[in-house]
Design a protein around this ligand. Structure first.
Ligand code: NAP
Length: 242
C-alpha cells in the first residue's frame, strides 16, 4: 500500500476508459495522480485532494511542455508517466484520408514522443523513473481496417525498446502494455457481429476490464518490476502468445 504514497503519477487520457481505471487504482494506492484529457472531464468524479487534472493535447508539443513545466513546478517530480491517450479513426487503406492518418499518428505516436521527451529529462536528473506506454495487441498482429492505428501502436513498441536502451543507465524503466479487447467507449463502438467474431479469437472467451490493464500498469510502475525494461506485456486473454 505504501509504495506509491509519495509518488507522482501522470496519466495521459485519464478521463475515460482504461486511463480512468489506471487513475482510480493509483488513487487507491494514495499516489498523487495527475490526469490529462483533451476535450472534457467529469470534474465531480475527479474532485479529490490527491488528483489534479489538466487539459492538454498530447499531440501538441507546446501544450505538453507548458503542462509538464507546471506539474514539475508544483510537485517537483514525476515518478511515473503512463502514456495512455489514444484514438482510432478506422477505415480500409483505400478509403483512409490523410487527415485520419495524421490525427491517429499525431495522438498515438507523436503524443508518446512529446510526453516522454518532456518528462524524461527530470527523471534522468533524479535517476529514477517508470514509463508505461499503452499500445495494443494489433500493434503486434496487424488488423485490417486499422492501418493508421496499427502503425501508431507498432511504432510505440519500437519507441519503447529504443528509449529503454537510451534511459536504462539512468535507472529509468520503460515498458509497453498491449491490451486486447477491453470494455470501454472505444470498443463500445463495435457492432454485435464484430464483437462476436473477436470473442471467438480470445482463448479466455471474454473481454477484459480497464482494471485488469491498470493492475499490470501498477506492476510495471512498481519496484517489483525493477529488472524489466523494453518489454511489451499483453493483457489480452491469450490472443497473442509471444
Ligand atoms: P477512450 O475510452 O476512448 O479514452 C481515450 C482517452 O484519451 C480520453 O481520456 C481522451 O480524452 C484521451 N485523449 C484522446 N486524444 C487525446 C489527445 N490528443 N490528448 C490528450 N488526451 C487525449 O479509450 P480507451 O479505450 O480507454 O483506450 C486507452 C488506450 O488504450 C489507448 O491508447 C488505446 O489505443 C489503448 N487500447 C484500448 C483498447 C480497448 O479495447 N479499449 C485495446 C487496446 C489498446 P477526452 O475524453 O478529453 O477526449
Amino acid at each position: 500500500m505504501a509504495e506509491f504514497k509519495d509518488k507522482v503519477v501522470l496519466v495521459t487520457g485519464g478521463s475515460r476508459g482504461i486511463g480512468k481505471a489506471i487513475t482510480g487504482l493509483f488513487k487507491s494506492e494514495d499516489a498523487t495522480v495527475i490526469v490529462t484529457y483533451k476535450n472534457s472531464i467529469d470534474e465531480e468524479y475527479f474532485n479529490s485532494k490527491n488528483i489534479f487534472y489538466f487539459k492538454c493535447d498530447v499531440a501538441d508539443m507546446k501544450s505538453v511542455q507548458e503542462i509538464t513545466d507546471k506539474i514539475l513546478k508544483k510537485h517537483s517530480a514525476i515518478d511515473v508517466l503512463v502514456n495512455n491517450a489514444g484514438i482510432t479513426k478506422d477505415g480500409l487503406l483505400m478509403r483512409m484520408s490523410e487527415e485520419d492518418w495524421d490525427n491517429v499518428l499525431d495522438t498515438n505516436l507523436k503524443g508518446v514522443f512529446n510526453m516522454t521527451k518532456a518528462v524524461s529529462r527530470s527523471m534522468m536528473t533524479r535517476r529514477y523513473g517508470k514509463i508505461i506506454n499503452i499500445t495494443s495487441v494489433v500493434g503486434i498482429t496487424g488488423n485490417a481496417g486499422q492501418a493508421n492505428y496499427v502503425a501508431s501502436k507498432a511504432g510505440v513498441i519500437g519507441f519503447t525498446k529504443s528509449v529503454a536502451k537510451e534511459l536504462a543507465s539512468r535507472n529509468i524503466n520503460i515498458n509497453a502494455v498491449a491490451p486486447g479487447f477491453i470494455e470501454t467507449e472505444m470498443t463500445g463502438k463495435l457492432s454485435e457481429e464484430v464483437r462476436k467474431s473477436y470473442m471467438n479469437s480470445i482463448p479466455l472467451k471474454r473481454f477484459g476490464s480497464g482494471e485488469e490493464v491498470a493492475r499490470t500498469v501498477k506492476f510495471l510502475a512498481s519496484d517489483d518490476s525493477a529488472y524489466i525494461t523494453g518489454q511489451t506485456v499483453c493483457v489480452d486473454g491469450g490472443i497473442v502468445m509471444q
